[in-house]
Design a protein around this ligand. Structure first.
Ligand SMILES: [Zn+2]
Ligand SMILES: [Zn+2]
Length: 123
C-alpha cells in the first residue's frame, strides 16, 4: 500500500484529536458545500497540501488547521479528482488510491469503495 508511511500518523492520538477539534470548529459541516449554501455533514478532514513522507512529521503541515478542510465524501472525491487531473496534465505518474481506479479508456473513476481505512483522514 503506497500510503504505508501515513498509517501511524492517521492512527495517532495527536491526529485524531486535531481532526476532531477541527471538525467541531466547523460545526461538523462540509466547508465546500457550505460555501455553496448547502448544508452537508462533513465526514473527512482533508489535507489541502498533500502529505508526503517528507512533510508528514512537519506539524505546520500535517497538523495545521490552515492546511485542513472538512468535507463530505462527494467533495472529497472531487478534490482528489482535481489532484489527478493536475498530475495528468503535468505528465506525472498518478498514484492510485483506495477507492479509485481507471476504466478501459484510462479515465479515473471512483470504483465505489468509499471505506476510508485511515479513519476519516486522508492524505
Ligand atoms: Zn461537500
Ligand atoms: Zn483528501
Amino acid at each position: 500500500m503506497s500510503r504505508a508511511f501515513s498509517y501511524s500518523f492517521y492512527h495517532s492520538k495527536t491526529w485524531t484529536r486535531t481532526r476532531n477539534e477541527y471538525a467541531a470548529s466547523k460545526h461538523g459541516l462540509c466547508e465546500r458545500c457550505l460555501s455553496l449554501g448547502v448544508v452537508n455533514t462533513g465526514e473527512i478532514v482533508h489535507h489541502i497540501k498533500e502529505l508526503t513522507p517528507e512533510n508528514i512529521n512537519d506539524s505546520s503541515i500535517s497538523l495545521s488547521w490552515d492546511n485542513l478542510e472538512l468535507v463530505c465524501r462527494k467533495c472529497h472525491a472531487d478534490l482528489h479528482r482535481h489532484t489527478y487531473a493536475e498530475m495528468n496534465s503535468a505528465k506525472l505518474t498518478p498514484i492510485v488510491r483506495e477507492g479509485f481506479g481507471f476504466d478501459l479508456d484510462g479515465n479515473l473513476v471512483d470504483n465505489g469503495n468509499s471505506l476510508d481505512p485511515h479513519g476519516n483522514g486522508c492524505s
